[in-house]
Ligand binder design. Sequence first.
Ligand code: 5RP
Length: 221
Amino acid sequence: MQTTEHEKRVAAQAAAELVEDGMSVGLGTGTTVAFLVPALAARGLDLRCVATSPRTESLAREAGLRTERFSSVEHLDIAIDGADQVSPDGWLVKGGGGAHTREKLVAATADRFVVIVDSTKLVPALRPPVPLELLSFGLASTLLRLEVLGPVRRRDAPRTPDGGVICDYLGPITDLRLLAGRLSTVPGVVEHGLFPPEMVAEILVGRGGRAERLRPEAGGP
Ligand code: 5RP
C-alpha cells in the first residue's frame, strides 16, 4: 500500500477507536472514510450511523453498520470525515467529492467533529479550488454574482443527491473568514467547502505508521 493510503488507514483506525458503544455517528465521504467504515464495523459496537453520501451509505450497509435517514436525526455524538486541505490554524477545505453540504450539516449536528487526513493534506495556507454547491434554479445569475468574488468553474460532475450543481471557486483566498462570509451570502449558493476551526474538535493525521492528534483550539496543527 502507498504511504498516503497507509496514512489514511492509520488516521481512520485511530478515529474508529474514539467511538463508543451506543453512539450516534456521522460518516463523511471519500477515500479516507472508506478506511473508517470497516474499522468501525470491526469494533462490533451498537451504533446508529448517518451517511453523507449514497457511496458511504452503501459502504456502511455492506460492512454491517446500521444507518438512519438524517431527516429524522436531531443530534449526533460524533462525526468523522476527511478533508482536502487543513491549514495551520485548523481551517479546512472540503468538497473534493462534492459532498460538502451534507458533510457540513452532519458535522454541525455532532457534539464532536473529527477530521481524518493523511499528512499531504496539511498545507501552509489554503488554496483554491474551494468547492461550491449551487442551486440549479437561477444558475447563470448565481455564477454571474460569484464572478465578482473571483473566477468560478463548473465541475464536470453529476448533480448532488439533493439536485445541486458542483462548481469550484478559483479566486484568491486571503481572508478566509471574509471569503466564507461572502460566499455564504450569495443567493443561489447552497454551501461552500470552507469549514472554520471552531467546527473541528480534533484532527487525526496519519504520518508514517502512527496517528498524530491535533486540536485547532489548542493553537492549530
Ligand atoms: C468529499 C470530501 C472529502 O472528505 C475530501 O474530498 C477528502 O477526500 P479523501 O478522503 O478521498 O481524500 O470533502 O466531499
